[in-house]
Design a protein around this ligand. Structure first.
Ligand code: NI
Length: 663
């Protein structure tokens, strides 16, 4: 503890108030909590992250004017199940808030499943006599049982007495021929163990009478499983001999006109703060903070192993806690800057996630081009984008979260979905009605993936307005004599309840976030457009548990008045929560949102009908959205790109012709 005290003293007061907690701060926060709250040895730290100062203070902050640093920790006692959220003032070295979360009372809610429990559950389940009997009924030997992979899944909530106020996971099992074998190729159907993590025992076991044979064909994806790789690939090297065009100073990133600060939280993973762009001599803010605060993956198979599956991977596990160390030359190409991120482990001890965030540049084809054949004017500019990304592996699935910044002022977010699908054993000769067959005896349950981006907007200032626009055909008439006219409608979303909206591709519906206190070059409010993709919404029925717990996935757009307490689309404790928290609850207040300090929340995702090509590892599927300047700039902001040829490009099979294809 003495070590950390001295480390905090040496912290420069020029540290930005939104910088993630340092290792020393994590140690200090956890040690202060352990000491001042007399935490027992059985206490675990589910989340430890920066308690961000209020927005107004951050916006007036300057170097040399330090703001108090604080950490927030969600802790629980593995012996009693009691849950607390503590706030630690790191300057005063004091616990300033210590609130018990009523986990045993309706509407319940538990801290996320922690890594220690991932391992503990296997032992608990394998020690259960009923589960062992169920395995033996399915022909497993003692040796087989040793090799069984037990997956602890968040249990969901179904209003059953047995689950109320308890800390649970639901475990499904997979046969493996050896420790390296891909268990998802061999699901053990009809056996489901519900585990009380505090009592450390199986409290309910489903062992279905009908036995579905375990598919035993090996389906591995490691390099040993594919020794004959294709031979016709030559190296494709991205060489940046003069270095990258971005600069990184601590957590601050600058690239051409763009600037932002990198943040990170145990729950959300990658966070971007204070995104702005330089426009001539002006530095213009666009977003105060952007992150993915929640996701949910509801499954559409009603059988014992699947109907309850609806992972909320941010709130039930932690996208930051499960972030990957990205490896040079594998996940990204070119000149890469990695950010190492300090996080707390389950015991309140800091560890550094090496290379958790990757920053690099990519060529992105043509940005703009015109050939004027009348006078032979030919101009083309290639697009380049700045990419900042992080990957999280949550059980079987892997999710990459990518933010792209473009030279034309656009911002894109893209989630890359990959990893291994959930699988179901299918009896020989019978079909699989709840999804697609991916291999012999193996089905993939149909499911949906929803993500929610929390976009704390500040287009040209703190007060913004959201408007909805669509294109509506005008009826034939005197004002439409040729029938070709269609109108562009706009309306202000003035109150929170009006602003829970769905996308509509037929009318091209879109939303603009504008600042009506400022005028653009043509006398209108400068704006950014949220371009939502044709994205599904939650298909589970009204009243279904996953729908009431994942209410954020029932609309594409939500707008709330800024409240620092409203941070997560599914509320603070989605794990085993009875439902109704998060965005539907926030907007029930129906606050005024016109020309206010607002947060835009965008739900997007994909419905996944599994196919053989998704196995043994699925190729990346993407989901996401764009934010595009809309009357924000006075002209195409990429007109000033230099018309340089790419000298390294060659043409012809012998590689002798020089220069890029155009210009
Ligand atoms: Ni999927």
């Amino acid at each position: 503890m003495t070590k950390t005290t001295s480390a905090t003293k040496t912290m420069p007061d020029t540290r930005h108030p939104l910088d993630p907690l340092s290792e020393a701060e994590i140690t200090l926060a956890c040690d202060l909590l352990k000491k001042q709250k007399k935490l027992s040895a059985s206490t675990r730290f589910a989340f430890v992250q920066l308690e961000e100062p209020v927005k107004a203070d951050v916006l007036t902050w300057g170097p040399g004017k330090p703001l108090p640093r604080a950490a927030a920790a969600t802790v629980f006692d593995t012996k009693t199940g009691r849950v607390h959220v503590g706030i630690v003032d790191l300057d005063k070295k004091a616990v300033t808030s210590w609130l018990e979360h009523p986990a045993k009372q309706h509407p319940y809610g538990q801290p996320p499943v922690i890594i220690e429990e991932f391992f503990k559950v296997g032992d608990i389940v394998k020690a259960d006599a009923g589960w062992r009997k169920a395995m033996k009924r399915r022909g497993l030997t003692e040796k087989d049982i040793e090799l069984v992979q037990v997956d602890p899944f968040s249990s969901g909530y179904f209003d059953r007495e047995i689950e109320k106020g308890r800390r649970l996971v639901t475990a499904v099992s997979y046969w493996r021929s050896d420790i390296k074998d891909n268990g998802y190729a061999h699901p053990i159907e009809g056996v489901v163990a519900t585990v009380d993590l505090i009592e450390e025992k199986v409290i309910e076991l489903v062992d279905e009478k009908e036995i579905i044979p375990i598919p035993k064909t090996k389906r591995n994806y490691n390099r040993a499983a594919y020794p004959n790789t294709r031979k016709d690939i030559k190296p494709l090297d991205i060489v940046q001999a003069a270095g990258p065009s971005f600069t990184v100073d601590g957590w601050q990133v600058r690239w051409q006109n763009w600037s932002f600060r990198v943040g990170f939280s145990a729950r959300e993973g990658l966070v971007l703060n204070q995104i702005g762009i330089r426009d001539g001599k002006k530095q213009r803010p666009i977003m105060y903070r952007a992150s993915i605060t929640e996701m949910v993956v509801p499954y559409a198979d009603p059988t014992a192993n699947h109907y309850w599956k609806s992972a909320f991977d941010a709130g039930e596990y932690g996208l930051g806690k499960l972030a990957n160390a990205l490896e040079l030359g594998c996940d990204c190409l070119g000149h890469i800057h990695y950010f190492d991120v300090p996080v707390a482990d389950d015991y309140g001890v800091p560890t550094v996630m090496k290379n958790a965030i990757c920053l690099h540049e990519e060529d992105y084809g043509v940005l703009w081009k015109h050939y004027e054949f009348r006078n032979d004017t030919f101009e083309v500019r290639r697009s380049r984008r700045l990419v900042i990304s992080s990957f999280a592996t949550v059980g079987n699935y892997d999710y990459g979260f990518y933010w792209y910044f473009y030279q034309d002022g656009s911002i894109q977010h893209e989630v890359k979905l990959t990893g291994i699908i959930q699988t179901a054993a299918v009896a020989p000769g019978s079909g699989y009605p709840w999804g697609g067959m991916v291999a012999e005896g193996l089905g993939g349950p149909t499911h949906q993936h929803f993500f929610n981006a929390r976009l704390d907007m500040m287009v040209d200032g703190a007060k913004n307005t959201v408007t909805e626009h669509e294109f509506i055909p005008r009826p034939w008439g005197r004002d439409n004599p040729h029938g070709n006219v269609f109108d562009t409608t706009s309306r202000v979303l003035a109150r929170e309840r009006d602003a829970a909206r769905e996308a509509d591709g037929r009318t091209g519906r879109f939303w603009k976030i504008s600042n009506t206190n400022v005028k653009n070059s043509v006398g209108n409010a400068p704006a950014y457009k949220l371009a939502a993709s044709a994205s599904p919404l939650m298909l589970a029925q009204e009243g279904c548990s996953m729908r009431s717990r994942g209410g954020f996935a029932t609309k594409h757009l939500w707008v709330t008045k800024y409240d620092p307490a409203e941070r997560y689309a599914s509320g603070n404790f989605p794990n085993q929560h009875a439902g109704g928290d998060g965005l539907p609850k926030f907007i029930a207040q129906n606050r005024a949102i016109e020309n206010e300090n607002i947060v835009v929340w965008h739900t997007f995702g994909a419905t996944h009908f599994c196919r053989p090509e998704d196995f043994p590892v699925m190729p990346v599927e993407t989901a996401g959205f764009m934010l595009k300047p809309n009357g924000f700039f006075a002209e195409n902001p990429a007109m000033d790109l230099p018309p340089d040829k790419n000298a390294a490009s060659v043409t012809g099979a012998d590689g002798t012709g020089g220069g890029s294809c155009c210009s």
